[in-house]
Design a binder for this molecule. Structure first.
Ligand code: SF4
Length: 723
């Protein structure tokens, strides 16, 4: 029998955390004792109360506290204590209907809304409509229709709270959907609905519980208010609101009567709110958010483009870095100085030096291929060998905005390692997300094909992609601790993935989980299995993330900067591990990195990306030993590992300016504004052409002239600047 993965893992940690917080707080303990004590006292009142709630003694009306009546009597001589205690249970139980209905309706709809822009749009409109409804009038009309049936009235009130509650839940659910561990689940092939229940809901459980308790307090107050104005249970049935209303009528004859009736209502609402405060306790926040991830489609397209580019940036680096003063100018004297305008541009890439005649693609964005070209790309991509990835002429863009990646073609042979390199913001990560259909909302593949085992993943349905994710292609992110769900132990996460991907029993999944941890070099397997992600080191977490990626025995692993967040010694261990996996399992790997040392160490082939396009590709030996594109040369000259002594001066190259944002690419060679070899002939659109040496391609019209001039990148700029 197959057991749902959602039944395997439960938010035990949340339960323990909330329980611990409640029992450590005297306020929470007192609040809880008050609420529970009141309920128990009320339910057992027939056993221990001296008077019945309807029992009248007309000889003792409006009396203060006495030994016969501890809290006094009302206008008909009825015992106030008996009436207050008797009314407590119905009040508390009926008040619970409000949060139960509100949460039961809002949570599923919020989870659904947070999964896609379309559902978000629908639910936002519905919540706005509900928020705009005149709640008081609707409730009064409802009471007029159904009478003072309090459970029904409270249920209607709970429904009306949907709009406000949705706003509270949606923000957190949306943030959680952007968390790497939720994305990792999607990469793993988990269906969005399952990922929402398994990973999003447990992480927002604190907020849900806090709101539940707050709504409970609101329900008690609302019920008392209805009874006060005579729309609650009718006399002589005791209700707190009705008793306050009676006390207000006799406020001058017997002011005391207001004290116990008002106090019990106030204390109960205060107890609920205090409990909610303690439960909130500052930890209702989700784990740190991924900055600048997934903007809504309503977000300006420039922001979506910036966010997409920011996917390529290391943590802590933003796309609008301050540009330093006196930025170097192009050093090639062959460019007429009249053609160089070093005036800082106010565009998003202000330090880019523009050459006269270099237009921008801003207005005339890269058009998608024609249907015939697209068909040809699909045909070429889907006729590869088994487990061979062929990307053909891939164009990715912001919907209604600029292209982010244009004409990308890659071929990853089975059992080989392809390095995808370039500076931050070149489009490496966007390309790698597209391979698994994991582009952020607002981004889409415009044309081209991603061929894998006869299918075109660029145009595959979500169902088809789920069959591939985790099973055939897996993904490792650069921040393993954020890719693992903080709510669950390692064994929970691993065994759930193994069960789903391999269809094995729970005990077998646990055994495989332990074996996988051993395979990725973890020695203390039992301890790590029982640990939560925050209890293990970054290197250990990356090993766990790799084990998770191996759960479905994938044939291709996409590793997005897998060593960036790790220190040098751990980096070496992870590279060793990847090397071992390639040898033992015959997997192919796409290694997204900006570290040419890692490329040289691990890769067979390499593709260099700049400003959303491939500028050079070929075998690692050819590209790194005999680079033909000035950008590749500049990256190599800027590599601190490859530094050599030149003319007695050890100099590390720097590339002036920064990668231009999508939409601000020049219409000629996109690297021209930063290229020291740029000339007027570079103003044309530059196609990829076969390399002069070896197999591969290069995108440079001057490749034959600049070949072998790599060391010039280490020379100071001949004009302007400070290089
Ligand atoms: S075409 Fe080649 S030489 Fe010209 S600007 Fe581009 S990279 Fe530099």
């Amino acid at each position: 029998m197959t057991v749902s993965t959602t039944s395997i893992v439960r938010p035990r940690r949340v339960e323990r955390r909330l329980g611990g917080r409640v029992f450590r707080s005297p306020t929470a303990v007192i609040s809880l004792l008050w609420l529970v004590g009141l309920l128990v006292a009320s339910l057992t009142s027939p056993i221990w109360l001296r008077y019945g709630p309807l029992e009248q003694d007309l000889t003792a009306v409006l009396q203060g506290p006495s030994l016969a009546h501890f809290l006094g009597t009302d206008e008909l001589g009825r015992d106030l204590l008996s009436r207050l205690v008797t009314a407590a249970a119905p009040t508390i139980l009926i008040a619970l209907i409000v949060p139960i209905v509100a949460v039961a309706v809002t949570v599923p709809l919020t989870l659904w809304a947070s999964r896609s822009l379309r559902s978000e749009g629908v639910m936002n409109r519905i919540s706005e409509i509900v928020l705009s409804l005149p709640g008081t009038i609707i409730i009064l009309a409802f009471i007029a229709a159904v009478g003072t049936n309090m459970p029904l009235v409270m249920a209607a009130f709970g429904l009306l709270l949907f709009g406000a509650l949705y706003r509270v839940f949606f923000g957190q659910a949306k943030s959680l959907q952007k968390q790497l561990f939720v994305e990792a689940a999607a990469v793993d092939g988990v269906r969005p609905s399952t990922a929402s229940i398994r990973h999003v809901l447990p992480n927002m459980s604190t907020t849900v519980i806090v709101q539940f308790v707050l709504l409970f307090g609101i329900g008690i107050g609302f019920q008392a208010a209805l009874a006060f104005i005579g729309l609650g249970p009718q006399p002589p049935a005791p209700t707190w609101g009705g008793m306050i209303q009676a006390a207000s009528r006799f406020i001058f004859q017997d002011p005391w009567m207001m004290v116990p009736t008002g106090a019990i209502l106030a204390l109960t609402i205060i107890a609920a709110n205090s409990l909610a405060d303690v439960l909130a306790g500052g930890t209702a926040m989700p784990p740190p958010l991924v900055a600048l991830r997934r903007k809504k489609s309503k977000t300006p397209v420039t922001e979506i483009a910036a966010a997409a580019v920011a996917d390529d940036l290391p943590a802590g680096v933003s796309v609008d870095n301050e540009v330093e003063e006196g930025f170097p100018m192009i050093g090639d004297a062959s460019i007429p100085s009249s053609n160089i305008d070093a005036t800082r541009n106010a565009s998003p890439a202000p330090d880019v030096i523009s050459i006269a005649g270099l237009g921008s693609d801003d207005e005339a964005d890269v058009p998608p291929s024609s249907p015939a070209e697209n068909e040809a790309a699909v045909a070429a991509a889907t006729h590869g060998a088994k487990s061979e990835l062929i990307v053909k002429d891939l164009v990715i863009g912001v919907d209604g905005g600029p292209a982010l990646v244009t004409g990308v073609s890659l071929r990853v042979r089975p059992g080989s390692v392809m390095g995808l390199v370039g500076e931050s913001g070149c489009g490496k990560s966007v390309t790698s997300y597209a391979l698994l259909g994991l582009l952020s909302p607002g981004l889409s593949v415009r044309s081209g094909a991603i061929g894998w085992n006869g299918a075109d993943l660029a145009h595959a349905s979500e169902k088809e992609l789920q069959r591939v994710r985790g099973h055939e292609i897996a993904f490792i992110s650069q921040e393993p601790t954020r890719a693992l769900d903080p709510m669950f132990t390692v064994v929970s996460q691993l065994s759930a993935a193994i069960k789903r991907l391999r269809g094995v029993s729970r005990s077998e999944a646990k055994r495989i989980a332990a074996q996988l941890l051993t395979d990725v070099g973890i020695v203390d397997t039992p301890r790590v299995l029982k640990s939560y992600p925050h209890q293990i080191s970054g290197g250990m977490a990356q090993r766990v993330a790799i084990a998770l990626a191996l759960a479905g025995k994938p044939r291709l692993l996409i590793a997005d900067e897998p060593t960036t967040a790790l220190d040098v010694t751990i980096q070496a261990e992870i590279l060793d591990l990847l090397r071992g996996l390639i040898a033992e399992r015959g997997m192919s790997i796409i290694l997204v990195t900006h570290d040419l040392g890692v490329v040289a160490d691990l890769c067979d082939d390499v593709s260099v990306m700049y400003a959303g396009e491939i500028v050079e590709t070929g075998s690692v030996r050819d590209v790194l030993m005999r680079p033909e594109h000035p950008y590749t040369m500049a990256l190599l000259a800027a590599d601190p590992h490859a530094i050599t002594d030149l003319d007695g001066t050890t100099r590390l190259a720097s590339i002036p300016g920064q990668v231009p944002l999508p939409g601000s690419w020049t219409s000629g060679c996109r690297f021209a504004p930063r290229c020291r070899f740029a000339k007027n002939e570079c103003l044309v659109t530059v196609p990829l052409e076969p390399r002069s040496v070896g197999v591969g391609a290069v995108r440079c019209v001057r490749k034959d002239e600049v070949r072998g001039r790599q060391e010039e990148w280490r020379l100071p700029a001949t004009t302007g600047g400070r290089r």
